[in-house]
Write a protein that binds this ligand. Structure first.
Ligand code: ADP
Ligand code: MG
Length: 397
């Protein structure tokens, strides 16, 4: 689960991180008052969307102006004007995809004098099963370029959970960032509180880009992007309250309401599978036969007919889906339940694309009977590779 920059900064402020003063604005009328509560002389007006690259982004609408989603302004009036221009408009960045994201919230922040911009991130490193620090002197809006062309400028190391964060970790970051004097001490304490926030709040990712040295020589968190482990959000009512459903994929949102493990992807073949392992294998084999999965979907072991119907509806609501592959190995989950769900869903929403069904396991004969008796135009398959081959062929024509 992701949150907005202004929410991430408020959270980090609670832990004692140096962040600027700022106000969030949801309606254009509020912008002037919000900006007026800060002294200036620089007001930074920042579009709040769950995507990075805002500074270099572009608005779809001409009346939003030529500038991107981060605008430096010199007066309260100008700040309010820019906030008004961005609200409700669609910002496209390299992270939003071509459709962009509608800007429904604006953060007006006290501007900082910047001496230099650095990069810092904490993340769960799946290779070491530890939390890793990643940092670079080359922070700012071109970090992707740095990673691609000069990866040696990025330092990364992990923290042993047995010792947890130690001040030498912070000094390692400080020296690699070329910090000196009191900045080293600031860095050691900042890294410590970030690590604390990360572990206490079950974060998955915490990216500060840029972390800056201000013109007064201190460290400051100028941008913050935080993602939480969705499976741990139930432990944190304060974090759950920060959820902005308008930022989420409506299909994933619907899936979470029905307790389906669904992740939207950009391929063409919708998959309905039981069991995460089988779902992964199904996605792999679709790729092997030359297409791409449109989603990951594990309906779980105890799916009801309603749940299966809902899952099918979610898959068909995706305009990218050009074919559907149902691949069920019935163990606890019974094939007849899946068959009933598929038939019910197709009757409700119709079937505009080819559908391949492969059933195996408990009650497989009953399941096949239900599908055959339904009169649906289903392509039957006997095993996993047969199923993948058939759906890819059907989609490619
Ligand atoms: P994004 O990463 O989405 O482009 P950032 O918050 O990193 O957005 O802002 C982009 C750039 O705008 C920063 O690298 C920094 O140069 C400048 N900037 C952002 N916030 C401020 C601020 N409060 N004061 C001064 N400059 C800022
Ligand atoms: Mg940034």
């Amino acid at each position: 689960m992701n949150i907005h920059e202004y929410q991430a900064k408020a959270l980090l402020r609670q832990y004692g991180a140096p962040v600027s003063d700022g106000r969030v604005v949801m309606r254009a009328e509020e912008a002037k008052t919000a900006a007026g509560e800060m002294d200036g002389p620089l007001w930074v007006v920042k579009a709040q969307i769950h995507a990075g690259g805002r500074g270099k982004g572009k608005f779809k609408e001409a009346d939003a102006g030529e500038k991107g989603g981060v605008r430096l302004t010199k007066s309260v009036e100008e700040a309010a004007e820019e906030a008004k221009r961005m609200l409700g408009r669609t910002l496209v960045t390299h992270q939003t995809g071509p459709a962009g994201k509608q800007v429904n919230r604006i953060y007006i922040e006290d501007g900082s004098g910047i001496e230099r911009e650095m990069y810092l991130a904490l993340l769960v490193d799946r290779q070491t099963s530890r939390i890793s620090f990643v940092c670079s002197t080359e922070g700012g809006m071109d970090i992707e370029e740095v990673a691609a062309h000069t990866p040696e400028k990025i330092l990364s190391f992990s923290v042993d959970p047995a010792t947890g964060y130690q001040s030498f970790h912070g000094r390692r970051v400080a020296f690699s960032l070329g910090l000196t004097g009191k900045q080293v001490k600031e860095c050691v304490s900042l890294m410590g509180l970030l690590y604390k926030a990360f572990t206490e709040k079950d974060m998955e990712m915490l990216e500060i880009n840029p972390l800056i040295v201000t013109d007064e020589g201190s460290l400051k968190v100028l941008d913050a992007k935080v993602g939480f482990d969705g499976n741990a959000v139930y432990r944190h009512a304060d974090i759950a309250a920060l959820r902005d459903e308008t930022e989420e994929d409506p299909k994933e949102l619907a899936a979470s309401k029905y307790d389906l493990n669904y992740i939207a992807l950009d391929g063409q073949i919708g998959c309905m599978v039981n069991g995460a392992g089988l779902a992964m294998a199904t996605m792999d084999i679709i790729k092997l036969y030359g297409s791409e999965p449109a989603n990951f979907l594990d309906v779980g072991g105890s799916a009801t007919r309603e749940k299966v119907t809902e899952a099918f509806k979610i898959i068909t609501s995706d305009p990218n889906v050009k074919g559907i592959l149902v691949n069920i190995f019935g163990g606890i989950m019974r094939c007849d339940i899946i068959a009933e769900g598929v038939v019910a869903a197709v009757k409700e929403v119709g079937l505009q694309v080819p559908l391949v069904v492969r059933l195996e396991g408990t009650n497989v004969e009953k399941g096949k009977e239900i599908i055959n008796a339904s009169g649906l135009n289903v392509i039957a398959a006997d095993n996993l590779s047969d199923a993948a081959e058939k759906i890819v062929k059907a989609v490619k024509g």
